[in-house]
Design a binder for this molecule. Sequence first.
Ligand code: F0G
Length: 475
Amino acid sequence: MLQTAENASNPQTDLAFQRCINPACGATYDAHSIRTACDKCGDLLDIAYDWDRASVPTKMSDFEAMWSQRTNPVRFSGVWRFHELLPFARQDQLVTVGEGQTLLQQTDSVGDYVGMNHGQLHLQYEGMNPSGSFKDNGMCAAVTHANMMGAKRAACASTGNTSASLALYCSATRLMRAIIFIGSGKISYGKLSQALDYGALTVQIAGDFDDAMIRVKQVSQELGIYLVNSVNPFRLEGQKTIMFRVLESLGWEVPDWIVVPGGNLGNSSSFAKAFMELKELGLVDRVPRLAVINASGADTLYELVERRGVKWNGGHVNMDPIREYNDLMDREGIRADTIASAIEINRPVNLKKCLRALEFMNGVVRQVSDQEILDAKAKVGAGGFGCEPASAASVAGAKLLRREGVIAPSDRVVCILTGHELKDPTATVAYHTTDQELFNKTLGSRGVTKASHANRAIAVPNELDDIIKAIQLYS
Ligand code: F0G
């Protein structure tokens, strides 16, 4: 039986430790240390737990007891109400701004577009988080750990959402100063405006996200600044809860597919970790399949997995094709380029964890064009609550996998919509516009040739008769 917040002995930090993901290494480190890689072999780190000593529920529905404790900010949080499944901090140490109040929508109109039987397509709206994207799930965990470690400054490189999230946590909690690294001209105004408004120190690098990522790692190390990019294993602990809330919304039933856009591959990695642990704890009896969807202009994962056959292989990853592809990108100056700016990333830092995720969840990787992304986005807007371009890659990917017959029409599918509709209004307006010049400038250069699902504004003279005539004609 799960203990309630009142009577729970707080999870002790020594329940948790950091562990190298490379099974041949398996080095472990104290949870009370700041690391983004294994000292011994350089691989990524996981947060691991001594579950035998943890107070975990015997069934997922035990978490429903937390709903009655909503006056406690920790239990109000859609992340921390699952604290027992990420017990790396004591309850009095948890940082929250009320993240994770997100919705799972079942929509037949988008389901029809994807090609699903009615009742089978679900959209998980992570854009409903306080900063408008799924990042808040992980940021509350990273900021909790940063604060435990006494950090006064935290940094990230970002395509916009991580920076908005970090900036918000820093402004709302006043615990530390946010320092964000962004690429020049690579961030949508919705996201840039958040970082500026929340008062983050904003460093614009003359380069793209991949450049900013390299620099922020160097600077953080040099200046002892706490790094909150998803190489930080504590952040991914928070992102596991997206899966817990999906299960919660489905009455604790496991769907057949989780479809998620792939950028730096933190989400996909954390989703698999969530299911690995639920399985180990006997809280689920099966695991959904995973589909990670790249934009075709930023398709490193697709290239490596589906074309070059790179696999986790029980932890024995053949690094040669990865090195060769990185060299090729360097030699030929290949840069990520997609309207889905959130996932405009060619060197995903969580690549190896994602390979592990694909193995564990019997996953597939696909790429979709900017045209497919924007068409899917228009459908989500018309039949749902809307999303930013990167998020719609999941719906476009599900449609592709349906067409290929990989997803069956009777499967229960959950597409993760990672960011809010208003994050990138430029892309939305350019798609629906009647202004051909705006369309060409914003989208045409990226191979988008038509806006088949556009909802165009109608221009009318400022005359009552004309306005009435137009409304009668079009409605
Ligand atoms: N969708 C949105 C809206 C994102 O902002 C991101 C990543 C992704 C998908 C990809 O998720 O990295 O876990 O595979 N945005 C990061 C940022 C890179 O800086 O905001 P991932």
